[in-house]
Each structure stands twice: as structure tokens, then as C-alpha cells.
Design a protein around this ligand. Structure first.
Ligand code: NAD
Length: 323
């Protein structure tokens, strides 16, 4: 039986990845500071532990063929672009990466996956909302717009250095805005798709929702199932990356908000207010994933958002009925 460790298994993507690995017949161990908030993991073993502690990392990698390192101190724009969490984001995530990778290599783990982010791409290529450039080879000269992005870039280099200097095989993906059910939707760490769903679900007909920035900033969003599919395909391939895992269906944030309102069937308007927004434009470039994996995500954004809105709407209604 193949064995896999999912670091950050208490989180959104980690929980879904655990379930996917279980379906494929793996023995799965999860590790996280916390249990999965929505009970969304079916791991054989789940360790509550802090990966900033090297001893914990050494314990959890034991006996594992594969490691998926998704643990990070992260959140949406309200968390990583305000500057208030910069030291914690860099310190905590770098320590998790240093400890897990070193422990995995020493324990003889064959392959390790690392979740980097599109936030490592240089800001100067993302100033035009209609024409952002995020091909994998455009990373340098480096100029991410957040410390979160700088930490991701450092850790990508760390993983490739281990691949060059030791026997461990690494796989590095740059995720572009992953969304879906069982993700953070409230509390300050939620990202744009979940935040918009929550705002719309909490609003009455005839009211408005607040959208940060002028709403002309663009992004693409990838549904969780396709993210997990891409991770597994990358892990089983001969390719190390770095490779974008994202959608090429770019949309402005105001049009995205209108899509959510339309899905809800409510009559709600949009009010643009000042707020942290990140770069002006960003879109995945899927040329490399098509070429290397012979596959790319294809689910239309609207389909994924219909599923996600339904789930967040249920969470909001449950919360209202408890109050
Ligand atoms: P998440 O916050 O839901 O999951 C991360 C998990 O890591 C959390 O459960 C957290 O408790 C855990 N963690 C943090 N510090 C830890 C520590 N010291 N020890 C043990 N566990 C710790 O985030 P997610 O959306 O599931 O993201 C997973 C990975 O993908 C992260 O590395 C993130 O940076 C990356 N990523 C995500 C997106 C996205 O859109 N969700 C985009 C780009 C990159």
C-alpha cells in the first residue's frame, strides 16, 4: 500500500487532497495545527502538531512514500496584503517548509509536493488588468507584491536545491486562487470567491454588497476538484515544475460579484470601496501544463461557483438559525 503525508491536512485544499488519496487507496496521514474545520478529511491517522517544530516534522514523515507540503500561514487579501501579518507569514511558512523538506529527505521519502502560489510572480507583469503575464518563465527578475509571495519564491528555490543536492524528487506547483466547498468563508482569512458568496448570502433583496477596489482588477479562479486532479497528475508525472495550476478563465472582480448575485437569484447591487486588492490583473497561463501533463482544467467558473455558493449559503443559514 502506498503511503502519503498531507501537511496542512486540516486546511481547505489539504482536506480535499486527503479524501482524494484515500479514494485512490493510499494509507494517508494528515498533520495540522488544527483538525479540519468542516470534518472534511478521511485520513487514516491525523496528528495535531506544529510543523515549526522540527521534531514534529521528523515524527510525521516516518514511513511515508510521498509528502504533500501544503501547510502555510496564509489567507485572502485581507490577511496577506495589509502588511499586518508579514513577519508571521514569512517566519511560520518558511519554518514549515525548512523542517518538512529536511525531515522528508533524511527519512528517505521518495517524492515531495510543494504548493507555491501565483503570488510569487512579479508585480510589473500584472499592472494591466486585461493583459497580465504569468508564464512560468516570467518569475525573474523577482518582484512579488507581498511578503507571502517572497516566502513562496524562497521555498520554491529551497525545494529545487534539495532536488539538486540530494536524492529526493520534488514537485512544485503555483496555485492560482483555488475555491470550493469546505473552505474558509468567514473570520478574516477567507478569499474573494468565498467572501463574495458570504456577502451575497447574508444580504437581502434591494441591498448592496461591498467589493474591495474599483472592481476592474482581474483574476482567474480554479475549482478545488480540478486543483486536486492537477496535483495528483503532477505527482505521478516525470515533470518537477514549477507549473501553474489555475484556470485561464479571467474575470473582473465586479463581473465575478455579478455572477454570484445572479446565481443567488437576488436583486443586489455592488458598492466598490477602498480595500486591499493585490495586483491589477492575474490569469493562469496553461501552456506548460498542457505541454507537460497533456491535461488542463476545463470546468467553467460558473459551474464551480454554483456549487460553492450553495455550500456557503447553507453555512450562513445554519449560523443564522443558531443565533
Ligand atoms: P488553508 O489555510 O486552508 O490550509 C493551510 C493549513 O496549514 C491550515 O489548516 C493551517 O492550520 C496549517 N498550518 C499553518 N501553519 C502550520 C504549522 N505551523 N503546523 C502545521 N500546520 C500548519 O489554505 P489552503 O487554501 O488549503 O492552501 C494550502 C496551500 O496552498 C498553502 O500552502 C497555500 O499557500 C497554497 N495556496 C493556496 C491558494 C488558494 O487559493 N487556496 C493559492 C495559492 C497557494
Amino acid at each position: 500500500m502506498k503511503t502519503a503525508l498531507v501537511c496542512g491536512g486540516g486546511g481547505f485544499i489539504g482536506g480535499h487532497l486527503i479524501n482524494r488519496l484515500k479514494k485512490e487507496g493510499y494509507f494517508v496521514r494528515g498533520v495540522d495545527l488544527k483538525e479540519n474545520e468542516y470534518g472534511n478529511d478521511k485520513a487514516d491517522e491525523f496528528v495535531i502538531g506544529d510543523l515549526r517544530d522540527s521534531h514534529i516534522a521528523e515524527e510525521v514523515v516516518k514511513g511515508m512514500n510521498e509528502v504533500y507540503q501544503l501547510a502555510a500561514d496564509m489567507g485572502g487579501a485581507g490577511y496577506i496584503f495589509t502588511g499586518d501579518h508579514d513577519a508571521a507569514v514569512m517566519h511560520n511558512s518558511a519554518l514549515c517548509n525548512l523542517n518538512v523538506l529536511d525531515a522528508a529527505e533524511k527519512a528517505g521519502v521518495q517524492k515531495i509536493f510543494y504548493s507555491s502560489s501565483a503570488c510569487m510572480y512579479p508585480e510589473y507583469n500584472q499592472l494591466d488588468p486585461d493583459n497580465p503575464k504569468c508564464s512560468e518563465d516570467s518569475a525573474y527578475p523577482a518582484a512579488p507584491d507581498s511578503e507571502y509571495g517572497w516566502e513562496k519564491l524562497f521555498s520554491e528555490r529551497l525545494y529545487f536545491a534539495y532536488q539538486r543536492n540530494t536524492k529526493i524528487k520534488v514537485k512544485v506547483a503555483r496555485f492560482h486562487n483555488i475555491f470550493g466547498p469546505q473552505g474558509t468563508w468567514t473570520g478574516g482569512k477567507e478569499k474573494a470567491p468565498a467572501a463574495l458568496c458570504r456577502k451575497v448570502a447574508e444580504s437581502d433583496n434591494g441591498s448592496f454588497i461591498e467589493v474591495w477596489g474599483d472592481g476592474k482588477q482581474t483574476r482567474s479562479f480554479l475549482f478545488i476538484d480540478e486543483c486536486v486532479e492537477a496535483v495528483r497528475r503532477l505527482m505521478d508525472s516525470d515533470f518537477s515544475g514549477p507549473v501553474n495550476i489555475g484556470s485561464e478563465e479571467m474575470i473582473s472582480i465586479n463581473d465575478f460579484a455579478k455572477m454570484v448575485i445572479d446565481i443567488s437569484g437576488k436583486n443586489i447591487s455592488i458598492k466598490n470601496i477602498p480595500g486591499p486588492t493585490g495586483v491589477r490583473g492575474r490569469n493562469s497561463d496553461n501552456k506548460l501544463i498542457r505541454e507537460k501533463l497533456g491535461w488542463e482544467p476545463s470546468l467553467p467558473l460558473r459551474k464551480g461557483m454554483e456549487i460553492t455558493f450553495k455550500w456557503i449559503n447553507q453555512q450562513v443559514q445554519q449560523k443564522v438559525s443558531i443565533i
